[in-house]
Design a protein around this ligand. Structure first.
Ligand code: 6GU
Length: 225
């Protein structure tokens, strides 16, 4: 998979050099490039924002640098993702859909947002999705893009060593994950649930399922609807 990111804070994305995704990049499973939006400006001050038409607080990102950036990055197979609190909710199902794409482009807005015509223009050149991480406000799309890239990247075949771990994890079956334990069996007076030490695989599977259901009912009843 190819991933392009457009941002005014390219240094944010240095964390993608490490860990699982860093290895996926080294092995060529993921090809990732970060582009500084200011490199697509043409004025001396490398201006990326201006005051909003109609008035109001804050600044809006100007369309011209975005147009230049998108023109240099997009091709017919691209899908453009604009992280936005006004977008559709990004879920595990979204991550799964995006994991089979060839080319993801993340357009990270700052300030009060990007001139809406940029989204309109992008939609004439590629498929476009506005994606939100949840009902809270971030200062810009960078952290959201990073979360989406991690969620998608780990679903690409070969990125995770043991694919079984993808099958068993939270949200893959629509429920929260069961609790996990490792040695020692007793720690600071706290015990591992005895069933996990029983060697009885059927009983363990049943206990884990029950834990998943109990947790989901208690913490995220909305997932059961
Ligand atoms: Cl994707 N962007 C911003 N700026 N804030 C958010 C978000 C995205 N998702 C939730 N809050």
């Amino acid at each position: 998979m190819r991933i392009d990111i457009v941002t005014i804070f390219p240094e944010f994305f240095s964390v993608l050099d490490v860990s699982l995704l860093g290895r996926a990049r080294e092995s060529g499973l993921i090809e990732l490039a970060v582009h500084d939006l200011r490199d697509f400006t043409r004025d001396r001050h490398r201006t990326v924002d201006d005051t909003p038409y109609g008035g109001g607080a804050g600044m809006v990102m100007k369309p011209e640098p975005w147009g230049e950036a998108l023109d240099s990055i997009l091709d017919t197979e691209s899908i453009v993702i604009f992280p936005s609190p006004a977008g559709e909710l990004f879920t595990q199902a979204t991550a799964q859909e995006l994991a089979s794409e060839k080319h993801l482009v993340f357009g990270c807005g700052r300030y009060e947002g990007i001139d809406e015509r940029v989204v309109e223009y992008a939609a004439t050149r590629a498929r476009v999705r506005l994606m939100s991480m949840g009902d809270y406000v971030l200062n810009g799309g960078e952290v959201a893009a990073m979360a989406m890239i991690e969620a998608v990247g780990r679903l690409i075949p070969g990125v995770i060593g043991n694919p079984q771990s993808l099958v068993e994890e939270s949200h893959s079956d629509g429920l929260l994950e069961y609790p996990s334990y490792t040695k020692p069996a007793q720690w600071r007076g706290l015990e591992v649930p005895p069933v996990l030490l029983s060697g009885h695989h059927g009983a363990i599977a049943a206990w884990r399922r029950e834990q998943q259901l109990e947790r989901t009912r208690r913490i995220r009843p909305d997932l059961l609807d």
